[in-house]
Design a binder for this molecule. Structure first.
Ligand SMILES: [Zn+2]
Length: 335
């Protein structure tokens, strides 16, 4: 298994986790912002629970047979359940990989649960992301959480705990991961060769892994294109911009536009910006003739658009209507 070591901003989370090692709790719910390394933390924790000789700080030793099996993806006491879309890159026979965790996947655990542990009695199942379980899957899991085999720990990983069944939540011990401190996240990004790490981190909503992803996926260039255009709504060419961005992920574009519009409204109401500190002056000028109510409408519209962005079949058409609405609601109101 390819996994990352602990991230520098996770030291406190890791120390808190050590106090839970001895607990008999059958379900842990890892919750926190998207893109801060929740899954990596869960995997490291699972590896350390299964390790025969964990180090003094609780980390797995990396040399014992259990650690070796873990790295080879063959530890008999460990399972990880994810939607196909997280694990399969390629579409098979024109069918898109499922974004859900199915009831069949949960049921596939029954053999695993019926067996006893091979090593030391601990076993771990990670479910990621937990909100991807459909209701049948969640109900099937509920049964296992109610009568768990001894020594079995479920770790549910989510950034959307409100989407989980209340009955599921009530059977898990919530473990909230801290918000990464900007200093260590910036340093980490710089160490990975990311240019302007502080800005990149802010744009990604202070989520370091999202920042890393956008820096490596050519996202920076696409975002620049978008910002150049939306800075001047009066002359924005909706069709040209939609054309230029049609290969960029729709949800991502909506998010950038949300951040931009957040700053427009924040500047209008409080004279401050959050995501675009370098452009504060330009934003200040842009919002003078704009109506705060229109900007609030724009934000509301973007929330809906973000949901639609996940299902849209025609990116170009979607972007055209997105940018058209942006232009409509950023027209000067009283000139
Ligand atoms: Zn070990």
């Amino acid at each position: 298994m390819i996994f990352n070591e602990l991230y520098p901003w996770q030291a406190d989370d890791w120390a808190r986790l050590q106090t839970l090692r001895g607990r008999a709790s059958q379900g842990l719910l890892f919750q926190g912002l998207k893109g801060i390394g929740k899954l990596d933390l869960a995997i490291n924790y699972a590896r350390s629970l299964l390790c025969v000789h964990p180090l003094a700080n609780g980390c797995a030793c990396g040399v014992c047979p259990a650690c070796h099996w873990f790295e080879q993806d063959s530890h008999p006491d460990f399972r990880i359940l994810q939607p196909e879309s997280e694990t399969e890159e390629v579409e098979t026979a024109g069918k898109k990989p499922s974004r859900q965790i199915s009831v069949a996947q949960i049921r596939s655990l029954s053999d695993f649960m019926a067996m006893s542990a091979h090593q030391g009695g601990r076993r771990v199942v990670i479910i990621h992301p937990a909100e991807a379980m459909n209701s049948n899957a969640a109900n099937a899991l509920l049964k296992s959480l109610e009568e768990p085999p001894p020594g079995l720990l479920f770790i549910l990983v989510t950034h959307k705990p409100h989407q989980l069944l209340p009955t599921l939540l009530s059977r898990c011990l919530a473990f909230s991961l801290g918000v990464p401190d900007a200093a260590s996240a910036t340093k980490w990004l710089a160490g990975k060769g990311v240019k302007n790490p502080a800005d990149t981190l802010a744009i990604a909503g202070f989520s370091p892994l999202q920042a890393m992803q956008s820096a490596t996926e050519g996202g920076v260039e696409a975002r620049e294109k978008l910002l150049r255009a939306v800075r001047q709504p009066a002359t924005l060419d909706v069709f040209a911009l939609a054309d230029a961005l049609q290969k960029t992920e729709q949800v991502q574009v909506v998010q950038w536009l949300q951040q931009w519009c957040y700053d427009l409204l924040a500047q209008k109401l409080s004279g401050r910006v959050r995501y675009h500190p370098a452009e504060a002056a330009a934003i200040g000028q842009l919002v003078v003739p704009l109506d705060a109510l229109d900007l609030a409408r724009l934000q509301k519209y973007l929330q809906t658009a973000k949901r639609e962005a996940q299902h849209t079949l025609n990116p170009k058409l979607f972007f055209e209507s997105l940018f058209f609405t942006y232009c409509q609601l950023t027209k000067p109101c009283h000139l």
